[in-house]
Write a protein that binds this ligand. Structure first.
Ligand code: UD1
Length: 417
């Protein structure tokens, strides 16, 4: 199994280019099921989750070609309407094919994703909303079996904002009869980017990016050519890397407006960030003040940046309380950071970080995607060598991380043991 070795303490400078957003690429690739015409997506990140959804779409009958610029896909004919457990269990976003299969073929059999390391993550809101649009759903042997002649537009109010649920309903309602209104919808930039693609394909969606989205159903969708927005979590991760070890590190090809909560927080603790045109430049300081944060739906502080921020807080003077409100079990990086010399205790949904602490290199275990990123950041600032096991978590969402950090001056390599 591949591992990552980091020799800590090296400064980072030059330019790190941010890739396309994984969390937009996944629903947008699922949208290729909604048309027989070619869909061309550019700025598609080369990460493992994208490879997983491509495998699932190929299994369903979409032909996908990848080149250096992106993907060209075309649905020739449905090979089947089943998304098997093996492909859904490794990546929950696979569940998003249910709605498109249902509106195109009248039926779908998709494995329930089940829980994952960071929490139970049910899909009850996806299912109740699809039922409101007229889908006939039942669960049999771990699979959701869905049937409908045609979906009918409806008013859906989510009990709490769900990114995947909002995207799922946008995909399905685009080909429903009549108008669907989603209330208490997720406002994440990736939801808005999906609406841009769907509208290019001929959908009629308004309000995506706000908490109320109106989707007027159309009878068919066509092809489109769309560039995926930059990955705000990848940008945020490199911003924290720069706050820890940057010497004028430039984070290029990002949209600072999508990262406002993180930028404000990192500035508040004492970092100097120079915003540019689609870029951010940051240098490390030795004078950070601890500051509390709590994760919130967009535009609040993203849960996907919580672990990385915790690593930063180990270097700040004082005590910071980091509260997780989105997922119930997202502190698995805490024991690993403590093994590297951090002083963090967990109290319910909060982690209390006391700093500053000089971290020391250690052998640590990645437990999920963003937890892995927090360990990489800790390795960059630690004294000595850090070895991170279970690298596949990192590969799910970070494109060419070793190459990008290496080019900026980090001493980091992959190896097999
Ligand atoms: C997406 C992101 C993930 C991010 C998360 C929150 C993708 C591929 N993944 O995940 O990186 O961490 O948003 O910003 O875009 N919930 C329910 N019932 C449901 C759906 C969700 O209870 O039917 C709960 C979840 O368990 C979680 C919360 O709602 O506690 C938010 O989940 P959701 O926004 O749906 O996250 P994902 O779309 O899975």
């Amino acid at each position: 199994m591949e591992k990552l070795r980091i020799q800590g303490g090296h400064m980072l400078s030059g330019k790190v280019r941010v890739g396309g957003a994984k969390n937009a690429a996944l629903p947008e690739l699922a949208a290729t099921l909604l048309t027989d015409e070619p869909v061309r997506l550019t700025n598609v990140p080369a990460v493992r989750d994208v490879a997983t959804i491509i495998r699932l779409l190929e299994h369903l009958g979409v032909q996908i070609e990848r080149d250096a610029n992106g993907t060209h896909s075309r649905l020739c004919a449905f090979n089947g309407t089943e998304a098997p457990y093996d492909l859904v269990k490794t990546m929950r976003a696979s569940f998003l094919v249910l709605g498109p299969l249902l509106v195109r073929t009248g039926r779908a059999r998709v494995s329930l994703p089940g829980g994952c390391a960071i929490g139970a993550r049910p899909v009850d809101q996806h299912l109740s909303a699809l039922t409101q649009l007229g889908a006939n759903l039942r669960v049999e042997k771990g699979y959701v079996i869905a049937e409908a002649q045609r979906l009918n537009g409806s008013e859906v109010t989510f009990s709490s904002p769900t990114v995947g649920g909002t995207e799922h309903l946008m995909l399905a309602a685009s080909l429903a009869q009549g108008t669907t209104v989603l209330r208490n919808a997720a406002c994440e930039p990736e939801v808005a980017d999906l609406a841009i693609l769907l509208n290019l394909m001929g959908a009629r969606i308004e309000g995506a990016g706000s908490d109320t989205i109106e989707i007027r159903g159309v009878s068919e969708l066509g092809g489109a050519d769309h560039k995926i927005l930059p990955d705000r979590i990848e940008a945020g991760t490199y911003l924290v890397a720069g706050a820890l070890k940057g010497d004028r590190l430039e984070i290029a090809n990002c949209r600072p407006a999508h990262l406002e909560a993180v930028i404000n927080k990192v500035q508040e603790i004492g970092a100097n960030i120079e915003p540019g045109d689609g870029s951010l430049c940051i240098s490390a300081s030795t004078d950070y003040r601890a500051s509390n944060t709590r994760t919130e739906p967009h535009p609040g502080f993203p849960t996907d940046m919580q672990a990385q921020y915790m690593t930063l807080m180990t270097q700040a003077v004082g005590t910071a309380t980091v509260t997780e409100t989105i997922f119930e079990n997202r502190f698995m990086h805490v024991p690993e950071l403590n093994r590297m010399g951090a002083d963090i205790t967990i109290d319910g949904h909060s982690a209390i970080v006391r700093g500053p602490r000089q971290l020391g290199g250690a052998r640590v275990m990645a437990t999920d995607l963003r937890a892995s990123a927090s360990l990489v950041l800790a390795g960059l600032v630690a004294e000595g060598e850090t070895i991170i096991d279970r690298l596949y978590h990192l590969d799910r969402g970070y494109e060419s991380l070793v190459e990008k950090l290496g080019a900026a001056g980090a001493k980091v390599e992959r190896f097999r043991e």
